[in-house]
Design a protein around this ligand. Structure first.
Ligand SMILES: Cc1cc2nc3c(=O)[nH]c(=O)nc-3n(C[C@H](O)[C@H](O)[C@H](O)COP(=O)(O)O)c2cc1C
Length: 180
């Protein structure tokens, strides 16, 4: 099984990227996971949508060939980061690669609310006519990881909180069943 992770933060020490790396290692026996490079995508331009830059073609191909996609994103100003919205705008046109693609939403924040507002916005976007992803239903499956500095190891850059990891194992198993 092939999973693509799309991470909404470009910064080197991103907690959301650290979560992606943690999952890549932890679930190696369950699936192969690639992490998309959102930083390589140019700004969306409708003039270019029919023949987009190579980075966009590669990104769309990675989504099309994945069995499922994880969105792992911080919250910026009560919504999703612009880099993530930009990426989604590319995918929503011409070959609409997210239609019926199983996706799961996760987010990490140092604050208290665990990216809840960003995830609500993201679910709306994922339901729009150009995207129409098949989202793991939210009831009980919201992965809102708060107080990040207490849950990640500063040295290794990995998530180490056992309760959160156990919770994550359960949600990942549900997502695999959802894909099948
Ligand atoms: C532009 C900007 C806006 C932010 N807005 C929010 C916000 O609305 N809610 C929140 O919980 N944290 C907010 N934060 C704090 C982020 O949650 C925090 O920087 C987080 O570590 C970013 O994720 P990362 O570690 O993966 O880069 C914001 C940070 C930035 C840089």
């Amino acid at each position: 099984m092939n999973i693509l992770a799309i991470v909404g933060s470009l910064r080197k020490k991103s907690y959301n990227m650290q979560l992606a790396r943690t999952m890549q290692e932890r679930y190696r026996g369950k699936f192969n996971m690639d992490i998309a490079d959102l930083g390589s995508l140019p700004f969306f331009n409708e003039d270019e949508e029919n023949n987009p830059p190579q980075a966009v073609k590669d990104f769309k191909e990675a989504i099309a060939s994945a069995d499922g996609v994880f969105f792992i994103t911080p919250e910026y100003n009560w919504s999703i980061p612009g880099v993530l919205k930009n990426a989604l705008d590319w995918t929503s046109r011409v070959d609409k690669v997210f239609i019926n693609k199983p996706v799961m939403v996760l987010g990490v924040t140092p604050g208290m609310l665990g990216t809840v507002r960003a995830q609500m916005h993201l679910r709306e976007i994922l339901s729009s006519s150009g995207v129409q992803a098949k989202i793991l239903p939210p009831g009980g499956n919201e992965i809102l990881i708060n107080f990040a500095p207490q849950k990640f190891d500063e040295q290794t850059g990995r998530m180490v909180d056992e309760n959160t990891l156990n919770f994550l194992d359960d949600k990942v198993n549900k997502f695999i069943a959802f894909i099948k």
